[in-house]
Ligand binder design. Structure first.
Ligand SMILES: Cc1ncc(COP(=O)(O)O)c(C=O)c1O
Length: 401
């Protein structure tokens, strides 16, 4: 139920997505379609801004709506609104975290081999600009082995551990809470990349025990493009300084007490698009009105059906771990004897012949021509017919390439 007490069914959510009328959209891990209610909210806010900019009552109303949107996001993540800074994307949120650390030559950045390509670019820039050494820990293994590898990789020189909650290439859930506990034993702060997990199932962010968490609105949260966020744990707020932006207000009357540190004031700055934040709030309200437990259960049911129907299909392998609790709505498939051309051909065929959108996925960064797969994202608005359609498309299409 949303904070307004409204409820919404999965079918009602699907009705708000015009794309579902002409394609089976199985690419929410890349970019979700935006529900009509969210689009309308963003549009109405921008239209109101255009018509009434500067009218004090309208400005006050917008500020109140924006505060409610931030509060809705915070409630969903079970954090406080002042611990959240809004950014344009997950990558920008990650940059806020990286910029707030004072990197020095010889520092180490520990990441897993399943991090998003944007994190690899961060690591390369830290190497080139600060002579920071990146250690890449292979995470496509069981949790126990991963934790052993992390324990070996984290040292007194490690400045930060970056680990995905749900890995983008293969949909694997990583043991972020255990990894954070391990890192903290060594005094290493942890940033969790939750771009692929938030919106798929309930996440109690403080219980992950990390220091920072980043995410985007435009994936599983079904929000508008152009808003992401960084969560900063309360104990990190005093030292979280990602920009050259003093907190003091130069126009505050002398003697005004300093406001307590806030992630928003530290991560943001300048004019921002309030309409997008209010739109993200609307997206969060939609998910709350359906219920994240309902979404997770539906997604799990469809994903299990899909995996059962694909298992044993000639030349098709499921890369994603399928045991309970090891993955969610993402399933990555690999294809025996396929190169990139064949896989692009198959992805194109599935769209052309079956109006189904899935993702060609490089499995490593930097790219390795033999490590490639098809990422299938099954979200709360998808249905059984779409999953069956993809299975038929694979049965017909795989032998052709
Ligand atoms: C795990 C993960 N991190 C980061 C990103 C980058 O997100 P954004 O496009 O919001 O910067 C993605 C996008 O696919 C992702 O899957």
């Amino acid at each position: 139920m949303s904070s307004s007490g409204a409820t919404l069914t999965l079918a009602g959510l699907r009705d708000q997505l015009p794309i579902t009328r002409h394609v089976a959209y199985l690419q929410t891990g890349g970019h979700s379609p935006t529900p009509e209610s969210v689009l309308r909210t963003v549009h109405d806010e921008m239209a109101r801004e255009a018509e009434f900019h500067g009218v004090p009552a309208v400005a006050a109303e917008r500020a109140e709506k924006e505060a409610r949107a931030r509060a809705a996001l915070a409630t969903m993540l079970r954090v406080r609104p002042d611990e959240l800074g809004i950014t344009p994307s997950t990558s920008q949120a990650m940059l806020r975290v990286l910029h707030s650390l004072r990197w020095r030559e010889g520092d180490e950045f520990v990441i897993t081999n399943l991090e998003h390509v944007s994190v690899v670019r961060n690591a390369w820039a830290l190497r080139d600009q600060r002579e920071v050494r990146t250690k890449v820990v292979p995470a496509d293994c069981g949790d126990t082995v991963l934790l052993e590898r992390l324990a070996a990789a984290l040292t007194a020189r490690t400045k930060l551990l970056c680990i995905s909650h749900l890995a983008s290439p293969d949909g694997r859930l990583l043991p972020v809470a255990a990894a954070a506990a391990l890192a903290h034993e060594r005094g290493v702060p942890v940033v969790v990349d939750a771009a692929q997990s938030l919106g798929q199932f309930p996440v109690d962010v403080p219980s992950l025990g990390c220091d920072f968490l980043v995410g985007s609105g435009h994936k599983w949260l079904l929000g508008p493009m152009g808003v992401g966020f960084v969560w900063v744990a309360p104990h990190q707020l005093p030292t979280f300084l990602p920009t050259f932006l003093a907190e003091a207000d130069p126009w505050a009357p002398p003697g005004t007490a300093a406001a307590p540190p806030s992630a928003a004031r530290r991560a943001e700055g300048g004019t921002h698009n309030a309409a997008l934040i209010i739109g993200l709030g609307r997206a969060v309200e939609n998910l709350s009105a359906v219920g994240l437990d309902t979404i997770a259960a539906h997604t799990q049911r469809l994903t299990t059906q899909f995996r059962e129907q694909v298992a044993g299909m000639e030349r098709v392998r499921i890369l994603t771990p399928t045991a309970p609790g090891q993955s969610a709505g993402i399933t990555t498939l690999t294809f025996d004897g396929y190169d990139a051309t064949a896989l692009r051909g198959l992805v194109g065929y599935i769209y052309e012949q079956h109006r189904t959108i899935v993702k060609f996925q490089w499995l490593t960064a930097p790219m390795n021509p033999s490590k490639l797969g098809m990422r299938v994202s099954i979200a709360g608005f998808n249905n059984e017919g779409e999953v069956r359609g993809l299975v038929t498309a694979l049965q017909e299409g795989v032998p052709r390439f």
